[in-house]
Design a protein around this ligand. Structure first.
Ligand code: CP
Length: 313
């Protein structure tokens, strides 16, 4: 039997496959109401060890719209939450369901699950990466900046390859995901973050090995110069303690009007949500770009359907 195909990080798709996913997402968004029963008869587990609004609901709706049956399992209700080893949970669930979306802590935890489950697994966020979100983000950029929705993948490559993306704030799973996407697609990436908040060495090594390149800036205004995309995430990620000291150090990297003024005229803001207004982005800037940000949230559904077509069928 062939090993299951997983989507645990962006690196599980080639550059060309990512562009194909973007094109397929355009069609799935346009044809949302057209019948597409490609998951008919499939039972897909959603195993969540952390809270979620967007990821849980967009995957559940996507599975239902493709004729499959989602089964949501919070670790609070599973024996997993009482210490059952994840490899045992994986072996058991492998006998019941046809695929899984998992939100968990360490990347090693989802890798262990996938190894013992024997069926396809999609990463719904780990401490290291949020790959379904980052593919949605680049789809949203293409949708916003592309001249026509139905370009060839070579034109998408031109649009994406010429972008300057600037990420402001904490070196968390979203920053890591931008680093991995840059390594896969090759645009200009600047990380504006304070001293002592640098990218995980393993994430960096992995990206550099694949030809990835990014720069780090300690000055948010020069980082923002001519940016096509500005983006950020909450300063305190799920599972971390509210540390005032950490917030104080990150505060100067807030996306504000000065950042926007220095960026390209048609700059767009991305935020994976939930947002902490006036912490990582000012209320005024967030509201100015809110149409894009909430479209980005809706796009989770369309892009994840394209991902599930590749992974679960
Ligand atoms: N962006 C995101 O993953 O949102 P949720 O935590 O609500 O799933």
């Amino acid at each position: 039997m062939e090993p299951a195909r997983n989507f645990l990080s962006v690196y599980d798709f080639t550059e060309s496959e990512i562009y194909e996913l973007i094109l397929r997402s355009v069609v799935l968004k346009e044809e949302r109401l057209k019948s597409n029963p490609c998951l008919e008869g499939k039972k897909i587990g959603l195993i969540f060890e952390k809270s979620s609004t967007r990821t849980r609901v967009s995957f559940e709706v996507g599975i239902m719209e493709m004729g499959g049956h989602p089964i949501f399992m919070s670790s609070k209700d599973l024996q997993l939450g009482r210490g059952e080893p994840i490899k045992d949970t994986a072996r058991v669930l492998g006998g019941y369901i046809d695929g899984a979306v998992i939100r968990t802590f360490e990347q090693e935890r989802i890798e262990t699950f996938a190894q013992h489950f024997g069926k396809p697994v999609i990463n719904g966020l780990t401490d290291l990466y949020h790959p379904a979100q980052i593919l949605t983000d680049i789809f949203t950029v293409y949708e916003t900046k592309g001249k026509s929705k139905y370009e060839s993948k070579y034109i998408i490559r031109d649009i994406v390859g010429n972008l300057k993306v600037v990420y402001f704030g904490d070196a968390n799973n979203m920053a890591n995901s931008w680093v991995s996407l840059q390594a896969a697609l090759g645009f200009e990436l600047v990380l504006a973050m304070p001293e002592g908040f640098d990218i995980d060495e393993k994430v960096k090594e992995n990206a550099v090995k694949r030809g990835g390149r990014f720069t780090v800036s300690r000055d948010k205004i020069s980082a923002a110069k001519n940016a096509d995309v500005i983006t950020t995430d909450v300063f305190i990620s799920m599972g971390q303690n509210e540390e005032k000291e950490k917030i104080d150090k990150l505060k100067p990297f807030i996306i504000d009007g000065d950042v926007v003024k220095n960026a390209a005229e048609d700059v767009m803001l991305l935020h994976c949500l939930p947002v902490h207004r006036n912490e990582e982005v000012t209320e005024e800037v967030f509201e100015r770009f809110s149409e894009i940000v909430f479209r980005e949230a809706e796009n989770r559904l369309h892009v994840q359907k394209a991902i599930m077509e590749q992974i679960f069928t």
